[in-house]
Design a protein around this ligand. Structure first.
Ligand code: FE
Length: 250
């Protein structure tokens, strides 16, 4: 069965990386919650998509240049009055939930990996008893290398549309294999049966990201990808239920 990952706690249903979305996701009949992490100036780990607060909250500034207290008091736009969570707080929201973590390692506002950040993320997840049910993702190959050095949890490479266009399927597969990356994930609009078959023939797992519309979710389900991320987890669950019923009938 194709796995569903609630992207940033279901951005289009609950706001971007909002506590209400994570709390709702923890109770949903889906397999994964996707989220992104950034360090604060004083060493806290924050769950937020953007490297800055500008687009998604009532504050401005780069998370890595602000103290945690300031980041945690930002109000998330359309987030039901919620503030950003720390990674430790997110672990507490999911205590007792069967939903697994899909943790994306983001770069800073300058596009570069945060120095010495990955081992701290791994340590926090480990302290909270969450590491064994976490998979990691990143667009950055260097971050994927850092993850492999810090733990033996599964990693997947988020392949951006320009990277896939420039390298082609063969180039992406070659890089993934040479770096020991076992899974690739492409934008849903670039996914098709040929690309999926190529990746799988090379021994790679294949998934998609950004399946937000009904048509995109159905495309992921029809292809039978391993997993897809979606900003509309409730919609994805309903469509998957319908899809599975139809398969039963056939
Ligand atoms: Fe992400």
């Amino acid at each position: 069965m194709t796995r569903i990952a609630s992207h940033r706690g279901g951005t289009l249903e609950f706001g971007d990386s909002a506590p209400a979305g994570f709390a709702a996701t923890a109770q949903m009949p889906l397999e994964e919650v996707e989220f992104d992490v950034h360090p604060t100036r004083d060493g806290e780990i924050i769950v937020h998509h953007d490297a800055t607060l500008d687009r998604t909250t009532d504050r401005t500034g780069a998370i890595a240049e602000l103290p945690a207290a300031e980041v945690l008091s930002a109000l998330i736009n359309y987030g039901q009055g919620g503030h950003p969570l720390t990674l430790a707080q997110l672990c507490e929201v999911f205590e007792g939930s069967a939903v697994a973590f899909r943790c994306e390692i983001k770069p800073g506002a300058d596009g570069r990996p945060y120095p010495d950040f990955v081992p701290r993320v791994v340590a926090t997840l480990s302290e909270k008893g969450r590491l064994e049910t976490t998979v990691f993702s990143s667009f950055l190959l260097d971050s994927l290398t850092e993850i492999a050095a810090a733990c033996d949890r599964p990693r997947l490479w988020l392949v951006s549309p320009p990277v896939l266009m420039q390298l082609g399927a063969e180039g992406v597969i070659e890089i993934a294999r040479s770096r020991g990356i076992p899974e690739v994930s492409v934008h849903i609009d670039q996914a098709d049966a040929v690309l999926m078959a190529q990746a799988q023939a090379a021994g790679l797992d294949f998934g998609c990201w950004a399946a937000h519309s009904a048509a995109q979710v159905c495309r992921a389900l029809d292809l039978g990808v391993k997993v897809f991320t979606t900003d509309r987890p409730s919609l994805a669950i309903a469509l998957r239920t319908r899809h599975l019923r139809r398969e039963d009938v056939q």
